[in-house]
Design a protein around this ligand. Structure first.
Ligand SMILES: NC(=O)c1ccc[n+]([C@@H]2O[C@H](COP(=O)([O-])OP(=O)(O)OC[C@H]3O[C@@H](n4cnc5c(N)ncnc54)[C@H](OP(=O)(O)O)[C@@H]3O)[C@@H](O)[C@H]2O)c1
Length: 329
């Protein structure tokens, strides 16, 4: 396992981070605990959860907590083997203080996460979504309090654009507090809208931890044109969590699989290796319902995609528009 640094955090993380969004349903508690232990045995030292995760039961505003409780149980006798990331900000109830990035909500949810995870500190605390109302300096002051109390050791953001990360860096520098060190964004061959922000992250020491790099399972090769989704798969069990599988999508998936086939790479390996090859990427957050899927992700981290495949993949899955550079090309 080739560990990578998570931005300027000082943490060395495995290139695969275990996602836990499906802990509870469909991955029942005992199976989820076994998955965590398998991940550790394979050398994975990075786990991603959130205060709101509770598997397929999740709806906007539901209380969450299930995945953190399971992770806490799984790590009870091996806490030091995992760098724990958990997140705050998404709604956990109907009340005005039940969401967002106010100090009241953040510090209350942090204490709840600590209790559920059975730990005294979170290695890496992440702001799940931006909050349009609460000023960033107000949220930063709360995170700084938690950091000084030793409840969090570093922090990052998720679903934030580069300009929002830039603002956080400015404020932290002025305050002399801990800087943001990571950015968790959706990034896959099929979803590239944040890709232009990677250059900013590289330049400013922000470790990127992409999520849904298998696009919920679409980039695994298991969904076939004209065939029903395999039994137990996400498309069969929770179709509203999977992008639409229409004819254009199958065209694209088949073309990606064919390119991967040229180097005998299974689609899962090829898709994850592509994400891991992007600038500033520290670790890719992968969901798994079975131990073989974790083994597959670890194997993917050892694959190198040939240089000439990147432009062919760009032709199939266009990158976001980027201003041409007349000076440097
Ligand atoms: N920050 C955010 O806003 C945010 C948002 C979403 C997710 N996340 C994080 O990212 C993690 C991953 O998200 P995700 O699970 O939606 O996306 P994903 O990693 O793209 O998809 C994972 C799913 O693909 C299938 N799969 C994985 N490996 C496979 C393999 N080798 N062969 C066949 N199928 C395979 C499994 O589903 P089935 O076996 O059920 O088909 C698995 O649950 C989450 O757990 C969470 O930690 C963060």
């Amino acid at each position: 396992m080739q560990y990578r640094t998570l931005g300027t955090s000082g943490l060395s993380v495995s290139p695969v981070c275990l996602g836990t969004m499906t802990f509870g349903i469909p991955v029942a508690e005992n199976d989820a605990i076994r998955l965590v232990h398998t991940a550790i045995d394979l050398g994975i030292n990075f786990i991603d959860t959130a205060n709101v995760y509770e598997g397929y039961s999740r709806y906007l505003g539901s209380a969450g907590g299930v995945a953190e409780l399971i992770v806490g149980k799984a790590l009870r006798d091996r806490r030091d083997r995992m760098i724990i990331t958990t997140k705050v900000g998404a709604p956990v109830g109907p009340g005005p203080q039940d969401r967002g990035l106010s100090p009241v909500h953040v510090l209350r949810e942090l204490d709840r996460s600590l209790r559920r995870l059975h730990t005294d500190f979170i290695d890496h605390y992440v702001i799940h979504w931006p909050d349009k109302i609460v000023p960033l300096k107000t949220t930063l002051a709360a995170l700084e309090t938690a950091w000084r109390q030793g409840k969090i050791r570093s922090f990052g953001v998720s679903n934030h654009a580069a300009w929002q990360i830039c603002e956080l860096l400015w404020i932290a520098e002025r305050r002399g507090g801990p800087p943001v060190v990571s950015s968790q964004i959706p990034l896959s061959l099929l979803r590239r809208e944040f890709q232009n922000d990677l250059a900013f992250c590289l330049k400013h020491g922000i470790g990127v931890t992409p999520y849904q790099s298998l696009q919920g399972g679409l980039l695994t090769g298991k969904y076939r044109r004209g065939k029903a989704p395999p039994e137990g798969s996400r498309a069969a069990e929770k179709p509203d969590w999977v992008w639409k599988l229409d004819s254009a999508m199958y065209d694209r998936l088949e073309a990606i699989a064919a390119l991967g086939g040229q180097i005998s790479a299974p689609m899962t390996h090829y898709a994850l290796a592509w994400t891991l090859a992007q600038p500033a990427v520290s670790s890719v957050v992968v969901g798994a319902t079975r131990a073989e899927q974790i083994r597959d992700a670890v194997a993917a981290s050892e694959l190198t995609i040939p240089a000439d495949h990147f432009s062919q993949l760009d032709a199939l899955c266009p990158p976001p528009w980027r201003q041409p550079d007349p000076v440097r090309g």
